[in-house]
Write a protein that binds this ligand. Structure first.
Ligand code: C5P
Length: 233
């Protein structure tokens, strides 16, 4: 995938208001091209804000993790496609993924599947009635995502090498849990530096707090891009 280093950084706008998000985007300027918008902002006026970002030439990843009956998912995804977003997440259930792939047809929207939520461990899966452990279920769902025509997966950088073997070179691997040198880990447990994540096969890095909470967010973003450049150059 011939991506410029800067195109690989996705900054997670995990902020409480559109006002705060607008201020952050202004501070980051040309250093950041791609933004992730999740529940927190979407339910606080984030969709018109996303449309504005797109109109201003930025790329938007809507992290909505959709899951419903097929018809509802398909129609919802078609609406997101009209907004001009680049990525949208859905849960990796076969029916949901199939509906999402149908809903985005004819658009440039790319569907990312979330295999198993990282807050789940084997005991949580057992409690939910699954007989597989986390790696088994993640691998099975990655194969289903590939077979359904999904465009990529959200995964930890640690999983990227194994999942790449399953999905092949054509699917995008998008990895949160990235911590550049010197930043605090926050509540992330499985963390990795930007360069190493890229070398493990990540196509895009999702970074929130290390940029948002930096004294100079733009400098922090530039430093991550420089690390990515080193790993790809
Ligand atoms: O602040 P931080 O860099 O940890 O933010 C990571 C972003 O990626 C957050 O928006 C978080 O919700 C998201 N995410 C994650 N782990 C996953 C999936 C998404 O941290 N498995």
């Amino acid at each position: 995938m011939a991506l410029d280093a800067r195109e690989r950084l996705i900054v997670a706008l995990d902020l409480p208001s559109v006002d705060a998000a607008e201020k952050m985007v202004a501070r980051l300027g040309e250093s950041v091209l791609f933004y992730k918008i999740g529940y927190q902002l979407v339910f606080a006026g984030g969709l018109p804000f996303a449309a504005g970002l797109i109109a201003a030439g930025k790329q938007v990843f809507l992290d909505l993790k959709l899951h419903d009956i097929g018809n509802t998912v398909e129609q919802g995804v078609a609406s997101v496609a009209q907004l001009g977003a680049t990525f949208l997440t859905v849960h990796a259930y076969p029916q949901t993924m199939k509906a999402a792939v149908a809903g985005k047809r004819g658009s440039t929207l790319r569907i990312l599947a979330v295999t198993v939520l990282t807050s789940y461990d084997d005991a949580d899966l057992a409690a939910a009635g699954y007989e597989m452990n986390v790696p088994e279920l993640a691998a099975a769902r990655a194969a289903q995502a590939r077979d359904t025509g999904v465009d990529g997966l959200v995964c930890s950088a640690e999983e990227a090498t194994n999942l790449r073997k399953i999905v092949g070179p054509g699917m995008a691997l998008v990895t949160p849990g990235i911590r550049p040198m010197g930043s605090t880990t926050g509540d992330q447990k499985r963390i990795m530096g930007p360069a190493r994540a890229i070398r493990c096969g990540a196509d895009y890095l999702v970074v929130g707090r290390p940029v948002l909470e930096a004294a100079d967010p733009r400098k922090a973003a530039d430093a991550i891009v420089a690390e990515v450049e080193q790993a790809t150059g």
